[in-house]
Design a protein around this ligand. Structure first.
Ligand SMILES: Nc1ncnc2c1ncn2[C@@H]1O[C@H](COP(=O)(O)OP(=O)(O)O)[C@@H](O)[C@H]1O
Ligand SMILES: N[C@@H](CCC(=O)OP(=O)(O)O)C(=O)O
Length: 373
């Protein structure tokens, strides 16, 4: 998709980062929020579906609680987020109302999306809200999100939402003009990257962390988000939320920010869900033959191609498949727990019963449950 085709999008996910929403930590930026909402309302009037992913609950909570720096402990973060989320949602509801639009609060944890059934439930709810003409306003459910079940940054959440609702375009509004060839906060002479393939290796070299103390992910998570979004065919633009009329300008194809071109083959819905899983419970190392078969033939992983097993995973957990250099080449849901997988590693499936006293599936990971990375 070229930038000039963005105006053909019918569904857009817009993610606004903490740094933008809270005016660099000085409380909610009501003027800017009013302007973004007016632009989203204009898209709605043109018949588009709009989903908003809004960060800033922690930053707004810090401001309301008069905390000078981002809390370090999880319970303080959760408390700050609970206070701040009230302000965020109230502001958005009021602003959308000005344009005769209803907003809906949707709070998710990674746990909600890692369970296939709950993932499908979340999808139905969002699609129903869009059918009703409502703008879902999504954030992580920070008040209950512990380390194990959290996304941590809203870029990833935005991408998974783009997968869920099959959006055409994901716009990440942030405090920088876009993605630079080095962090411009540290290197003032850094140059803006305008258009780049989402798969370009350069992205891994240049995308750094957030240093503001307000946002979480920095550009690292924005690049990862663009790659996840591309798996359902969505195009991603990273752009400054400070540019007047930015959302509409991007939609009209103006060359603003960084466009991460989704030139990878989209995955089937179930594989998108698999690719979006963040909690990896272990790994299996493969021999060269198995690596080749997975990468070129799209086949299932058999135990005979596994050289070693790491981690304390159970049957059905997500594990990484590593090549002979230890690099992840695929991930999937494994049919045997760690101990049994260790016992059958390197063995043909005809030996499973003798080795384990039972035999479930012939495949260690079935190809339907496997995604290349
Ligand atoms: N290559 C880069 N180009 C631009 N910004 C970068 C880069 N690497 C790291 N960053 C940092 O990422 C920050 C934006 O991410 P973040 O603070 O998480 O914002 P948000 O709250 O919008 O998600 C920038 O302010 C900058 O410090
Ligand atoms: N969900 C939390 C944290 C998310 C976060 O910081 O994201 P971002 O600003 O997009 O890097 C919040 O609303 O404060």
């Amino acid at each position: 998709m070229s930038r000039s085709e963005f105006c053909q999008a019918s569904r857009i996910v817009i993610k606004i980062g903490s740094s933008m929403l809270t005016d660099g930590g000085r409380g909610l930026n009501t003027e800017a929020i009013g302007s973004w909402v007016a632009q989203m309302a204009a898209l709605k009037r043109q018949g588009l579906d709009v989903v908003l992913v809004a960060s800033g609950s922690v930053a707004e909570g810090m401001s309301r609680l008069k905390l000078k720096s981002r809390p370090k402990t999880l319970h303080e973060l959760q408390a700050a987020a609970s206070v701040g989320q009230m302000g965020l949602i109230r502001r958005f509801e009021d602003e959308f109302q000005v344009h005769g639009l209803l907003a809906a609060q949707v709070l998710l944890t990674h746990d909600d999306l890692s369970d296939r059934q709950r993932y499908l439930n979340a999808r139905s709810t969002l699609l129903t809200l869009l059918d009703f003409g409502v703008v879902p306003v999504i954030n992580e459910n920070d008040a209950v999100a512990t380390e194990e079940i959290r996304f941590g940054d809203n870029d990833t959440l935005g991408a998974l939402v783009a997968n869920l609702v099959e959006a055409d375009l994901l716009i990440l509004l942030t405090d920088q003009t876009g993605l630079f060839d080095a962090n411009p906060s540290l290197h003032p002479d850094a140059k803006l990257i305008t258009d780049i393939s989402v798969n370009a290796e350069l992205l891994d070299e240049v995308a750094g962390d957030s240093i503001s103390g307000l946002g979480r992910g920095g550009m690292f998570t924005k690049v990862r988000a663009a790659r996840l979004a591309a798996r359902s065919g969505a195009a991603t633009v990273i752009v400054s939320g400070k540019i007047p009329n930015v959302i509409n300008s991007v939609f009209q194809g103006e060359e603003l920010g960084t466009y991460l071109i989704p030139n990878i083959a989209p995955l089937a819905a179930r594989k998108q869900w698999l690719a979006g899983q963040l909690q990896i419970k272990g790994s299996v190392s493969l021999d060269e033959g198995a690596v080749k078969i997975l990468q070129s033939a799209g086949k299932s992983l058999l135990a005979v191609g596994v050289t070693s097993v790491k981690g304390a995973f159970k049957r059905g957990d997500l594990v990484s498949c590593l090549d002979t250099q230890g690099c992840e080449i695929a991930r999937g849901l494994i049919n045997y727990g760690a101990e049994d997988a260790g016992t059958i590693a390197g063995k043909p499936s005809s030996d499973f019963e003798a080795l384990l006293g039972y035999a479930d599936e012939d495949e260690l990971i079935h190809r339907d449950n496997l995604v290349l990375v």
